[in-house]
Write a protein that binds this ligand. Structure first.
Ligand code: URA
Length: 237
């Protein structure tokens, strides 16, 4: 929301009066005087007018988790344990997931209460690469690399998947990089080349890699640097 609007709303004054108060440097955002009435502020900033609080900052939560196999990527479910059950933060009810993983998938999962940030992370025109390690029941055929690059037509959605990078790491072990997140996408792509996925693990989102020190089921707040990294594409993508 624009700063003048926020002040007008919370102080029952007109926007012109709010703009005047801002121009007169009577307003501080997170401790700093702001003279631009059209500056954007969200609910994670503290706004003061004449040293009186207009809005007190909410706590922004940005969590990284090593999702274990068997837990549902949801905030509540009647039947299954959800990843939220693994978190003991007092504000955990404000969290949502920035991208889901199947119940049988493990690895990097991001939870936040900042809808603007997660929207950017998942926006259709800003597709950060997501990297998965994949184990299969039978050897991955060599021509799968080209097939993943070409894309697969998915009848249900009437789309062709974007070029994906497939690296064969062993007979039944591969790494795949996707720039989108369709329903069961990795499993469906492997199915097309005759393989069933027996284990799937997300290693990274954008430039953010699953931290080595997080064991399955563990989570921690992201550092400022990690929050930035998740939005960035590695060089070459
Ligand atoms: N693709 C899948 O098939 N499952 C996931 O959990 C993520 C990507």
């Amino acid at each position: 929301m624009k700063l003048d609007r926020l002040i007008a709303k919370h102080r029952q004054m007109g926007r012109t009066a709010a703009l005047r108060a801002i121009a007169a440097r009577r307003v501080r955002v997170d401790g700093l005087a702001v003279a631009d009435g059209h500056a954007e502020v969200d609910r994670f900033s503290t706004v003061m007018l004449d040293e009186e609080p207009v809005q007190v900052a909410e706590r922004g939560l940005y969590l990284v988790m090593n999702k274990p196999v068997g837990w549902l990527s949801a905030t509540k479910d009647a039947r299954h344990a959800t990843v939220l059950d693994l978190i003991d933060d007092p504000d955990k009810q404000t969290l949502h997931l920035a991208g889901r993983l199947d119940r049988s998938t493990s690895g990097l999962l991001i939870l936040t209460n900042d809808g603007n940030w997660s929207k950017r992370l998942m926006a259709a025109d800003f597709k950060v690469p997501k990297v998965y390690r994949v184990e299969t029941d039978v050897p991955v055929p060599a021509d799968a690399v080209e097939a993943f690059e070409r894309g697969f037509y998915f009848h249900t959605e009437d789309i062709t998947t974007l070029p994906a990078k497939l690296e064969l790491l062993g007979e039944r072990l591969a790494r795949v990089t996707l720039h989108e997140g369709r329903y069961h996408q990795v499993k469906r792509m492997f199915h097309r080349v005759g393989c069933r996925v027996t284990a799937l693990h997300r290693e990274s989102v954008g430039e953010l890699c699953l931290p080595d020190d997080l064991k399955p089921g563990e989570w921690r707040p992201m550092t400022e640097e990690e929050i930035q990294l998740a939005e960035q594409s590695p060089r070459g993508f």
